[in-house]
Design a protein. Sequence first.
Lengths: 486, 427
Amino acid sequence: MAQISAYKVSASPHKTGKDTTRRLMLDVLIALAPCLAAGVVFYGLWALLLVVICMATCFASEQLCNLIRRKPFTFDFSALVTGLILGLNLPPRAPWYIPVIGGVFAIVIVKMLFGGLGKNFANPAATARVFLLLAYSGVMTSWIGADISGNFLAVDGTTSATYLGGGAAAFADSFLGVRGYWGQVLQLLFGYTGGSIGETCVPASAAGFVYLTVRRVIDWRIPLSFLLTAAVMALICYGDAGEILLQLLSGGLLFGAVFMATDYATSPKWRYNRILYGIGLGIVTMLIRAFGTYPEGVSLAILIMNLLVPLMDKYILPVRFGELTKRGKPRPEIMKWTMRALCLAMALSLAVAVPVLATREEPFEPVYVQSYTQDESGSYVFEVTGGAYLAEYDYTQELAYTVTIDPETGRVSTIVPVQQSTMGYEAYLEFFVGKTEAEIAGLTDLTDPEEAPTDGTSSATVTNTALRAMVLECFEVMERAEAGNG
Amino acid sequence: MARFGGGVHPAGCKQYSKDEAIGRLPDPKEVWVPLSQHIGAPAIPAVQAGERVLRGRLIGRAAEGLSANVFSPVAGTVKGIVTHITFAGKKAEHVLIENDFTDESVTLPPLAERTPGAVLARIAAAGIVGMGGAGFPTAAKLNVQGKADTLLVNAAECEPYITCDDRLLREHAEEILSGARLAQLACGAARVLIGVEKNKPEAMERLRPLCTDGVSLVPLRTRYPQGAEKQLIYSCTGRKVPEGKLPADAGVVVINAHTAYAIHAACERGEPCYERVMTVSGGAAERPANLWVKNGTLLREVADFCGAHEECGRIVAGGPMMGEAVFSLKICATKTTSALLFLSENEAEANKSSVCIGCGKCVQACPMGLSPTFIEEALLAKKYEEAKRYGASACIGCGCCSYVCPAKRYLAQSVKLAKKIIRERGI
């Protein structure tokens, strides 16, 4: 037994878990990889360069701080995490000095001056982003559209609006063949839109969330309560169920919820405080988005809520196991049940309000169709009236037709003018007669073939365009009537 | 079933010794029996140097107040009452007995009547203490004046490595049941619950047919610290022991499975408590085993019998989460030494602690609802009132906070220190 004289003595416990600071930070880096990949695919290699500059700056400035303070160098990857998150928060075509300034600000001012890892009271990346937004507003809000044509080396991109900054202008007519609202949702979901390098692609952030949750690196309560509250707030602020998805999927909301709101040092420690924190983030973010001057509110919201975290940690404590009140009664777990009830109430209100608001359709009121009948053969006969504004004469010419559509074939049978056109411009009926709804809707050139080619705004073309709207409405009315019969 | 909050799930590591039948450590040439193997006042020596004692002879009489009798584990000659080191590193009185290997024994007289009073008196006379680790005199624990309706047998054995209760259940289930019923009689409880973690299916299979009229088996989820008294009571009955109160105030008395076995031995066979099953395990143990080890056996004897690899990094008496690191093999086994672990360098890595990153994992892991990271911060700033506000006084010392800490900070150790300072200064 002489050989085991070198054993060590310490106080219990003698076993520790496998987690280490470095491993956790590495996990965050791994979880951010899909976001970086999506950013590079969408916005090219310049975006990658920005991120690398940012990470290098963060790492270097941390070591410089250590050097100045005569502390040992730190290799815990936390500076790289800050650098990567800040880099992914930058616009894809920011100039090279933006990540340098941002990185130095994040590490030196926000992190190291307050004592380094774990001591900073505000999220370095979020604070740096807000700082850059204030200091370089123009650069920090000029976005380019995503481009997956494989042109990774392009330094210029077409400028593009984001949904939060430019509204519907950010959207293409259709995405992956889906038109309208769901096309917009799909476009935002894939992040094929303008935005910061890493935050547009929702599946990438979601993959990061799953990875970090499974690895137990982050607490799922913060992102989920954040998103839930943001959804409810979107409903309240915009009064439109459709806005919920557009708001949740756009901007840095998901990215911020997963990677920035869950930052260890600046988020509360107890699980129910974390739910409270997430709820606060959701409220502040949506208030900024709906009523503030800045289109994007996540970073600012994180910064604001960070300031409340020490208060929460200090004054809202977990109820101890078997804790008694001063009167000797078991202390009720008010915080726990309040947070649970709040989340449940928000989920329920969403479950109730979304179907109600989503099925609320504008009542269909025909504009042109005055009346319709069905003849003995089953064809629909519509009386339509309308007008065509003729710019040449600054005059609105009245139009009136009788349109017959056969529901069997879905084609226009006849179009008969009811009254002589007041300015003499007749519609070119061949465009419509015998055509289906899709064919008519797909017509791009309504220039009268008997007329000399014009710029498309000639009086005849305007008349044709007006008639097309009337015919399409006839189809709409017929479909509703058929659906009603069926 | 109620689930306590927090806790951790360390690797069980029970595979080393769970299939080793209980053997017997050869009797040592001499035993150093500590007179204090329990909570409370040390026993008063009842023998003198030169006196011959038989196995089972009283050698230390319980002192006034909380204390317990101590018995000779071997037949032999008392060499003297000597001072010797204990686990805590303090010097204490031990009775040194030289074994004459005649193994002559005396037993207590048969139990005359089966009344609560008689059983309690026998448990006290046999020197039985809580064998889960705390060493609280069992007679005092069971004497609850009818306040308890439930007797809970703790067979959770949630600490990694330890398998002595598991083996005891598998090999002596009837005796443990009998002991539990005697304890039930002594404390006047209406029912008996046996809590076993689900990672011991063989023991549960063995117990299930025996659990009849008033005795029920409670399978528990495998989670450390399932076997901590308050957590166990909550898991089995849904009752929370109020802070600063005893389990009896929640209507429960908890005894360890090994204690129940000792009660059976004392009442049915008249054998007092002078030996126990000890698990010898760990990555650096050559021959892991479950052994009957007599009180007062030097740990060196156990180490020599089972062998330890060279790369042994740490020797722990008890479980790796709450046991004590052994600084010398000259220490003696007691009634509460449930395991001797030879941990390899890998298993008991001495991690360098780094700065707190504020991840809050310790707060989530604390089964008592404390905030270890803030307690540590307050302790280092000498703000003891603040440490108390974060709950330092309620710490049960389970070590979950240190276990989960990614920065490897000595949280449990700090909280224990804060608790001690708060108690000593009456803050």
